[in-house]
Design a protein around this ligand. Structure first.
Ligand SMILES: Nc1ncnc2c1ncn2[C@@H]1O[C@H](COP(=O)(O)OP(=O)(O)OP(=O)(O)O)[C@@H](O)[C@H]1O
Length: 251
């Protein structure tokens, strides 16, 4: 089974210990929730798993192989994608072009071939375009393919970021607060997308404060508090754990 693993990782920022000896195993074909109070280290862990930060201690492994020292630019090539708390899109480009940006890392034509529109470059671009269009339809943005990305509403931007990650053939996709700012109806749509990803064998990490959403779609949930892992279990077990209730969920 394919796995993306954080193995006893620690991360400090100056005097702040953001994470201390935290482990998490994301498996292919599962939705894994990561919850905890503000500042508990969730985004830091996502940034370590995706190579945006380097670990101070511990290791990040993909299928047993260490990624801890490989640069962030390598992550798309190995099939690890992410989205951001605030969607990062190129607003002046079309929705389709933004989605296609996820796929350039796998094209083989060089700069000159592309610039001269030589046959291989044209073939690759067509394939990438087809794939991006298909995935945009898949996340429900088929109607907006030629719209400027800056004209999308917040939920549409989130779905576009997911499509962009999928265009790069992600095996793992890590979503940073994807339900933030979404309506109940949009969250239902998001749930149908992440469930479809799981069914397609992709491992999904959900960093999320919307706990009803997390508990309804996740297979397993990890809870952090003050940079430490306090509970890792099924949604039902996490939801009823006294420590998780005390530090996060409330009575
Ligand atoms: N780049 C950084 N520089 C300095 N401190 C940071 C940095 N990133 C995170 N921290 C600190 O690390 C701790 C964990 O932050 P992190 O953003 O990972 O928490 P979080 O659980 O994702 O919070 P939230 O739910 O509010 O997004 C916090 O104390 C935060 O201030």
């Amino acid at each position: 089974m394919s796995t993306l693993v954080a193995d006893t990782v620690s991360k400090r920022f100056g005097g702040v210990t953001a994470l201390s000896n935290v482990s998490l195993e994301l498996r292919e074909g599962e939705i894994h929730g990561l919850i905890g109070p503000n500042g508990s280290g969730k985004t830091t862990l996502l940034n370590l798993l995706t190579g945006y930060y380097q670990v101070d201690e511990g290791d990040i492994r993909l299928d047993g192989e260490s990624l801890a020292r490989s640069p962030v630019q390598q992550r798309p090539r190995v099939g690890v994608a992410r989205t951001f708390q605030k969607p990062r899109l190129l607003g002046s480009l079309s929705v389709l072009d933004n989605a296609m940006l996820g796929g350039w890392c796998e094209t083989r034509a060089g700069f000159l071939e592309t610039a001269l529109a030589l046959p291989r470059a044209r073939r690759e671009e067509r394939a990438l375009r087809d794939r991006a269009e298909e995935l945009l339809h898949g996340v429900g943005l088929g109607y907006a393919i030629h719209r400027r990305a800056s004209l999308l509403d917040h939920a549409e931007q989130r779905f576009l970021e997911i499509a962009r990650g999928l265009v790069m053939r992600a095996r793992f996709i890590l979503l940073d607060e994807p339900a933030g700012g979404l309506t109940e109806g949009e969250i239902e749509h998001l749930a149908s997308i992440v469930t479809a990803l799981r069914d397609a064998g992709i491992g999904v990490l959900l960093v999320e404060h919307h706990t009803d959403f997390v508990f309804s779609v996740c297979d397993r949930v990890t809870t952090l508090n003050l940079g430490r892992m306090i509970k890792h279990a099924t949604p039902a077990e996490v939801r009823s754990d006294p420590e998780v209730i005390r530090v996060y969920l409330g009575a």
